[in-house]
Structure formats: C-alpha cells, structure tokens
Design a protein around this ligand. Structure first.
Ligand code: ADP
Ligand code: GN1
Ligand code: MG
Length: 364
C-alpha cells in the first residue's frame, strides 16, 4: 500500500534516532525495495528509510539479522585498521525505539540507516571508477571471508543457482500464465541452447572443485557509493549478502558496469561490452581479491560476466512470461525490453570471450 508523506514521517520517528523527521521523498533507482530520503527538522537529509519488499524477502528476520552481522563485522574490521570516517564506509542502521532490527506496521516492514552525505551512485562508470569499484568489491569479499559458515542465512534460497533459475523458467514456459510464450519462441530457444554451458558452477561445486564464499550477490554499479573525488565510500544494498559462488560478484558488475548501453536499452545498437571497463574492474578486483581466489576461480571470472548476464536474461524473461510479478516495471513490455537488451549484451560478451578469458592469463 502506498504511504502518504505523513505516514512515512510517523514510521521514521518510530526508530531510535536522536532527530525529529519532518519530510520524506522517494530516492534512487532500485527494482525491489522502496527507498526514501528523510529530512530532519534542522533541514538535514540525514537518513534513508526503506520499505523492505517482503513478497521477495519473505524472511525479513533472517534478512535483517544478516545485514546486522555483516555491517557489524565490517565496522569492526575498519576499526582494527584505524580507518577514519567509518560511518561513511559502512552502512549504519538504527534499531526501533523498542530495540528491534526493523519496524512492522501491519502491512510493511521498514528499516532506517544513515544517508551517506556527499556521496553518489552511478548508472554508468568510467574506467577509473570501475577500477575503484573492483578494489572495493574485492575488499568487501575479503573482509567477510572469515564470517563462520552457517552464520548468515540464505535470504533468498537458490538466489544465483543457475539450475534453479532455469527450472523456474521452464515452469513458467510450461504454465504460460500470461499467454506470452508464443510471441517469444526464438528467445526461449536461445536460452535453452546455452543452458548446459551456463550450469558449470553447480557441477564444479558438486565435484568439490568450487567452494562457496560470502558474496554481495547484487553488485550492480548503482550499489556502490563514491565520494566527489571518485573514491569508493561504501558498498550498499546488502539484502542479498549470503554464501554463493565468487563469480556472482564480478559477473553482476560486468553486466551492469561494462555495458555500453542501459540494462533496459530500447536501442540494441547501444548495447555491448565495454572492454576497458571490464579490464579496469578486473585489475582493481585482482589487487584486493587475488590472495583468496583459486586459479580455477581466476580463470572463470570473465565467464562470470557471461553467466550473470545470461541469468538476468532468464530472470527478466521468466518474469515477463509470468505476467510481471517480480520486478518493478515502468511500462507494459518493460521486462521483454530488458530481456532483449541483456541478451544482446550476452552475445557481445560471447563474441569477446576469447579476448576476456585471455586477459586473465597475467594472473595465472
Ligand atoms: P534497492 O534494493 O531497491 O536497489 P538500494 O538499497 O540499492 O535499494 O537503494 C537505492 C538507491 O538509493 C541506491 O542506488 C543509492 O543511490 C541510494 N542509497 C541507498 N542507501 C543509501 C545511503 N545510505 N546513502 C546514500 N544513498 C543511498
Ligand atoms: C534487483 O534491488 P536491485 O534493483 O539492486 C535484483 C537483482 C537483479 C537486479 C536486476 C533481490 O536488484 O538480483 O540482478 O534487480 N534483486 C533481487 O537489475 O532480486
Ligand atoms: Mg540497489
């Protein structure tokens, strides 16, 4: 249910913050949660209020506990490194006045954190920003590497499990609940042709050759905050931090940051891989992640870009087939447009596979 500004203000004031909130307005470009910037009576834009999408994150308790563990863990690491301005480098969440990690108002779940001032998220990056992002996500993974196994729950089970995503896709095609399957046969075929080659992570895992690590699992370029000088401040959007395969995190960045077009570009001529962005990200990432990656993981990093782009093609098309029940859409065919743009990017990544795979040789 949509909330009035007054209702949002009342919700924000249920949290244990030392400020009086007087206004709230929509903020950012996420596809999942509802994000608001809230302002205090002193005129400061000081907090981010979010309604958690509990149709998608059905276990809000596990979700908020994960975020609490992850942010506390990173804060401790930063303190040990004597880092300065820690509140700009890790998200700071506030409990409710009665000590809960979130607030439930009968129809929705809410949380509040500090808005990181003078920060910026990008939909498009330069090679310089990409290099910084690579370093930041490598750092992020290495800071979380010592979280004991079993401590974090799966906020969305099988989130980046390609076999599972294909199963959901095939179920959707079979049910054809929105009557759209007949119009998208070539896309369905293109997905099926690649299905086996895109499930090698799950196979390698079963063979004991690939292990799980704590990943961010949504390393879209707009989930990083930069400062004015182009240095990374903070990794945000921690809903999906959970154990998974390491390729997820480089993959989603290549998918979003190293795309010459937009995720939902209507002009497919705009869409393709931006090699300098890929190379800059990889260089930054290898600087902070090389110490914990295995040679197999290193050699597969560009495959991660193809995999996550393929996975997103499958997920957008599945949602289109299901009648648009998952992602927020801005017009009726939006999920189909997103699918076509992702598929075009996938084809471009495939054309450049040899070159991108070859780039990893310097670390092998
Ligand atoms: P979603 O899950 O819907 O993508 P995000 O948590 O990524 O939601 O937030 C959406 C956008 O809001 C981000 O891309 C970023 O621009 C902005 N944002 C979120 N948290 C903060 C914060 N603490 N400080 C500044 N900006 C933020
Ligand atoms: C969603 O929340 P947001 O917009 O950062 C999605 C990701 C997709 C992405 C596609 C929980 O991310 O997995 O890759 O959209 N998050 C969830 O843009 O499904
Ligand atoms: Mg986001």
């Amino acid at each position: 249910m949509k909330k009035t500004t007054q209702q949002l203000i009342t919700i924000a004031n249920t949290f244990a913050i030392n400020d009086k909130i007087v206004s709230a307005e929509p903020f950012g470009n996420g596809h999942i949660n509802d994000t608001y910037k809230v302002t205090t009576d002193k005129g400061e834009d000081k907090y981010i209020l979010q309604r958690i999408n509990h149709q998608i994150f059905t276990d809000v308790d596990t979700l908020q506990k994960n975020i609490h563990i992850v942010t506390t863990h990173i804060r401790k690491k930063l303190e040990e490194q004597n880092a300065t301005a820690i509140d700009r480098k890790v998200l700071t969440f506030f409990p409710t006045k009665d000590g809960q990690l979130y607030f439930h108002d009968n129809d929705s779940y809410w949380r509040i954190c500090l808005l990181i001032p003078e920060s910026k998220s990008y939909e498009e990056v330069t090679p310089e920003l990409s290099y910084e992002a690579g370093r930041a996500f490598g750092d992020f993974q290495s800071m979380l590497a010592d979280i004991p196994e079993g401590m974090l729950g799966d906020t969305i089970p099988n989130f980046h499990n390609m076999e599972f995503r294909l199963q959901q896709f095939r179920d959707a095609v079979h049910a054809d609940s929105a009557g759209r399957v007949a119009t998208i046969k070539p896309l369905i075929e293109a997905i099926e042709q690649r299905a086996k080659a895109m499930c090698i992570q799950e196979e390698l895992y079963r063979e004991g050759k690939l292990k799980k690590r704590v990943n961010h699992c949504d390393t879209k370029v707009n989930n990083i905050l930069f400062d004015k000088s182009g240095k990374v401040l903070c990794v945000i959007d921690l809903d999906t931090v959970m154990p998974g395969f390491v390729l997820s995190d480089i993959g989603d960045f290549i998918r979003t940051g190293a795309n010459t077009g937009a995720e939902d570009d209507t002009n497919l001529d705009n869409v393709g891989v931006n090699i300098p962005i890929f190379e800059a990200y990889t260089r930054g990432y290898m600087e902070t992640a090389q110490s914990f990656l295995t040679p197999l993981e290193i050699s597969l990093l560009p495959y991660g870009g193809r995999l996550l782009t393929y996975m997103q093609t499958v997920r957008f098309l599945t949602d289109y087939i299901n009648g648009d029940t998952y992602y927020k859409i801005h017009y009726p065919e939006h999920n189909l447009v997103r699918t076509q743009a992702q598929f075009k990017l996938l084809q471009s990544l495939e054309e450049h596979a040899e070159q991108m795979d070859g780039f990893m040789q310097q670390w092998l």
